[in-house]
Design a protein around this ligand. Structure first.
Ligand SMILES: [Zn+2]
Ligand SMILES: [Zn+2]
Length: 369
C-alpha cells in the first residue's frame, strides 16, 4: 500500500498494489516465515481508509499463520518447519507490562508497531526503488514471505489446518480473550454483544464456552444474527428494527452484567453502557477514530458502581492463550470454522476488502497455495 484514504469501491481505487519487493533475510532474533493463511480484518480497513494511519509504504495484514523457513542468529525457540501463528503485538517478555502478564501492552512492542518496524527497529522489505517498506504490527501478512521478530510468533500444533489457524491470530484471541481475560466472565452472567464481525462472534463463542446466560447478540445484518445464534447466542436483536437498549433491559432483567462493544463507534459504546446493569461492566474492543470522545454521567459510575474497561488484543498473553484457544477449538468448545466465509487469492484482495466494508463477509482468508 503506497497511499492512505482510498475511496471505496476498492476494486476500482485499488489501495492494494501487488508488487515484487525485496525481503532481507532474518536478522538476529528474527525468523523468515512463509505465510499460509492471512485474514482480512477491520483493523486493516482502518488503515486503508486513513482512520488509523501507518507509515507508508506498508505491507499490510496482521492476522496470519505460516511455516518457519529460516531462523536468524540467536533464535533458539523456532526451527525451520515449525508451524506458527502471529501475535500482532510483539511481546518482549521483559518490560514492566510483560512482567505483569500484560503482553498486549508491551512497551517496545507497541512502539515498534507505531513506527512500522520490527521489534529490533529494522524494516526488511524494500520496493523496486530501494525504498524501505513498513511492517504492519510486526506481521505483514499480505505477502508470500515475511520476516518477523521471534517475539511476534507462537508455535502451534502441526495437526491444525494451517490456513485456518490464522484466525487465532486476531479474531479469536481478541474476542475470546475479551471474555476470559478482560471480563473474567463467570457462568450465569448475562452478556450483550454489539457488532458481529469476526471479533464480536468470537465474544459470543467465548461467552458460550464459559457458560454465560443469556447471551444477547446485536447487529444490523440478519445473516450475522443467524450466525451468532449458531455459535452460541441465546437471543438476537436487529438494531435496525428494534431498540437494542430497551430489548436488552427486557431480556436481561434490567440490563446485562457485561456488555461488549466491537464496532468502534462512540454511539454504539453509549448504547452498550446504557444496556449494562447497575454494578456491571462495559467492555470496549472496537477501534474508533482517534479524535472520537465518549461521554457518560460521572455520577452513574459512582452511584451505580459501573466499570468501563478497554480490551486490547483480548488482554492476551499470546504464548499462553493461542495454544489454549486452539485446544478448545480441537475439543469442539469454540466453533472457529464458522467465522471463515471466503477464501481468495492475493490478486483479489481489493475485492475482498469491498466485501468486508459492505458486511458481506465475516472472515476471508487469503490462500497462497
Ligand atoms: Zn485484526
Ligand atoms: Zn514487553
Amino acid at each position: 500500500m503506497y497511499r492512505l484514504g482510498a475511496a471505496s469501491p476498492y476494486c476500482e481505487s485499488r489501495p492494494f498494489v501487488i508488487d515484487d519487493l525485496t525481503l532481507e533475510g532474518p536478522g538476529p532474533g528474527e525468523v523468515l516465515v512463509e505465510i499460509k493463511g492471512a485474514g482480512l480484518c477491520h483493523s486493516d480497513l482502518s488503515v486503508v481508509d486513513g482512520s488509523r494511519p501507518r507509515p507508508l509504504p506498508i505491507v499490510l495484514g496482521h492476522e496470519a499463520s505460516g511455516i518457519v523457513r529460516e531462523s536468524g542468529a540467536g533464535v533458539s525457540e523456532f526451527t525451520p518447519g515449525d508451524h506458527v501463528v502471529f501475535s500482532w503485538v510483539p511481546v518482549c517478555g521483559r518490560c514492566r507490562y510483560c512482567a505483569a502478564g500484560r503482553g498486549a501492552l508491551c512497551e517496545p512492542g507497541v512502539k515498534a508497531n507505531i513506527d512500522g518496524t520490527l521489534l529490533s527497529g529494522a524494516r526488511r522489505f524494500a520496493d523496486a526503488q530501494g525504498r524501505l517498506c513498513s511492517h504492519h504490527l510486526g506481521v505483514s501478512a499480505f505477502s508470500q514471505f515475511t520476516v518477523a521478530a521471534q517475539e511476534s510468533l507462537v508455535r502451534i500444533d502441526r495437526e491444525l489446518p494451517l490456513e485456518k489457524a490464522a484466525l487465532f491470530g486476531c479474531a479469536i484471541t481478541t474476542g475470546v480473550g475479551a471474555v476470559i481475560n478482560t471480563a473474567q466472565l463467570k457462568a450465569g452472567s448475562s452478556v450483550a454483544i454489539f457488532g458481529l464481525g469476526g471479533v464480536g462472534l468470537s465474544v459470543v463463542m467465548g461467552a458460550r464456552a464459559v457458560g454465560a446466560y443469556p447471551i444477547i447478540a446485536v447487529d444490523l445484518v440478519e445473516e450475522k444474527l443467524t450466525l451468532a445464534r449458531e455459535v452460541g447466542a441465546t437471543h438476537v436483536i436487529n438494531a435496525g428494527t428494534d431498540e437494542p437498549v430497551a430489548a436488552i433491559k427486557d431480556l436481561a432483567k434490567g440490563g446485562a452484567d457485561y456488555t461488549f462493544e466491537s464496532v468502534g463507534s462512540g454511539s454504539v459504546l453509549r448504547q452498550a453502557y446504557d444496556a449494562t446493569q447497575r454494578g456491571g461492566t462495559t467492555i470496549t474492543i472496537g477501534l474508533p477514530a482517534p479524535h472520537r470522545m465518549f461521554s457518560v454521567s460521572a455520577l452513574s459510575i459512582v452511584a451505580e458502581e459501573r466499570t468501563i474497561k478497554g480490551s486490547y488484543m483480548g488482554s492476551s498473553v499470546p504464548s499462553r492463550d493461542i495454544p489454549r484457544y486452539i485446544a478448545m477449538y480441537q475439543a469442539g468448545i469454540l466453533p472457529v470454522d464458522r467465522l471463515h466465509t471466503h477464501t481468495l487469492p492475493l490478486a483479489e484482495i481489493n475485492a475482498g476488502f469491498d466485501r468486508l466494508a459492505r458486511a458481506q463477509a465475516v472472515r476471508q482468508l487469503i490462500s497462497f497455495n
